[in-house]
Ligand binder design. Structure first.
Ligand SMILES: C=C1C[C@]23C[C@@]1(O)CC[C@H]2[C@@]12CC[C@H](O)[C@@](C)(C(=O)O1)[C@H]2[C@@H]3C(=O)O
Ligand SMILES: O=C(O)CCC(=O)C(=O)O
Ligand SMILES: [Fe+2]
Length: 347
């Protein structure tokens, strides 16, 4: 990745933080997967929309092997990496995110992971790199998909919804449209001269799928937006995983669970490496609220759509767009929606 001069940096999405350094947030829900009460905690955590899971017993060897291979790839000559790009949407990408003009201080590999097509395995990157990279990706993806399914089963159990695979089947299905991303945010030394300003690595967005499982090295940078719009920094934890409720799960929970906006800021001295599994349903799957979450006589908050329709619409949008907006039902002027304004002020 080239080092950018000040004018070049100005060309990028530089954001101001009002000279208020974002504080490390200590309020992120933590779910201990070895706790017999985990299902109850997972439901609460999904209501918040972003949480950390610990004690999964995920082989550290899978993580270390994949991180080492990813770094070996990202540290290889630019011409070699470019042979695995541009992303269409899969493949190697640098600075450009998605097809609609978003940019960031990032390079990445985006791979699809449908269990039936295994098409990422035939991607040129795995032809030109030793077999060890491909097997590191395989091992990691199998284990992380299993974790995503187990978490979704805790969700259905915690909600008292039958069958318990009502959500997890969407990811274990051989047509599951999931994907996997390796992100590399190189350090940006110029940032030191830009006191009070931050460089966007990955712009603010929500993830469109059902669930995302993120693991990063110990470099901070990930931030989430709280309900009041404040951005807070997520303390990195390389031995744990962070879970994002995706837009699709927000819809399937009829708004009970929240798809939280997040972004990544670049660091001036340390590189950040993250690996994210995005668990998505088969393309033909209808994304509708689970009936027990709609409530007797109530309507779901969203129109009916398939994952294929939502995905298409997502890929026509910019990163920061509010994608679910197009699929919300317009508010009906029923009693239920009327704001009960007090007739008299108390003071
Ligand atoms: C700007 C874009 C990049 C993205 C596709 C999109 O048009 C809008 C959603 C973006 C996102 C965010 C979560 C994942 O990183 C991702 C792979 C996804 O499924 O949706 C990316 C897309 C991408 O990088 O291609
Ligand atoms: O790289 C990260 O830490 C998060 C990136 C992200 O949110 C994404 O790829 O969707
Ligand atoms: Fe994301």
């Amino acid at each position: 990745m080239v080092v950018l001069s000040q004018p070049a940096l100005d060309h990028y999405s530089l954001i101001k933080t009002c000279n208020k350094p974002t504080s490390l947030f200590s309020g992120i829900p933590v779910v201990d997967l070895s706790d017999p009460e985990a299902k109850k905690h997972v439901v609460k955590a999904c209501e918040f929309g972003f949480f950390k899971v610990v004690n999964r017993g995920f082989p550290m060897e899978f993580i270390n092997r994949l991180e080492a291979e990813a770094l070996r790839f990202f540290n290889s000559p630019q011409s070699e990496k470019d042979r695995a790009g541009p992303p269409d949407p899969f493949g190697y990408g640098s600075k450009r995110i998605g097809p609609n003009g978003d940019v960031g201080w990032i390079e990445y590999l985006l791979l699809n992971t449908n269990p039936d097509v295994i098409s990422y395995k035939s991607h040129s990157i795995f032809q030109e790199n030793p077999q060890i990279f491909r097997s590191a990706v395989d091992d990691y993806i199998s284990a992380v998909r299993k974790m995503a399914c187990d978490i979704l089963e805790l969700v259905t159990e915690g909600l008292g919804i039958e069958p318990r695979d009502a959500l997890s089947r969407l990811l274990s299905d051989e047509k599951s449209d999931s994907c996997f991303r390796l992100n590399h945010y190189p350090p940006c030394p110029e940032l030191q001269a830009l006191s009070g300003r931050n460089l966007i690595g990955f712009g603010e967005h929500t993830d469109p799928q059902i669930i995302s499982i993120l693991r990063s090295n110990s470099t901070s940078g990930l931030q989430i937006s709280l309900r009041d719009g404040t951005w807070v920094s997520v303390p990195p934890d390389p031995t744990s995983f962070f879970i994002n409720v995706g837009d699709s799960l927000q819809v399937m929970s009829n708004g009970k669970f929240k798809s939280v906006k997040h972004r990544v800021l670049a660091d001036h001295s340390k590189s950040r490496v993250s690996m994210i599994f995005f668990g998505g349903p088969p393309l033909s799957e209808k994304i509708v609220a689970l009936p027990p979450l709609v409530g007797e006589g109530k309507e779901s908050l969203y129109k009916e759509f398939t994952w294929c329709e939502y995905k298409k619409s997502a890929y026509n949008s910019r990163l920061g767009d509010y994608r679910l907006g197009l699929f919300e039902k317009s508010v009906q002027p029923t009693d239920h929606h009327l704001v009960k304004a007090p007739l008299f002020s108390k003071d």
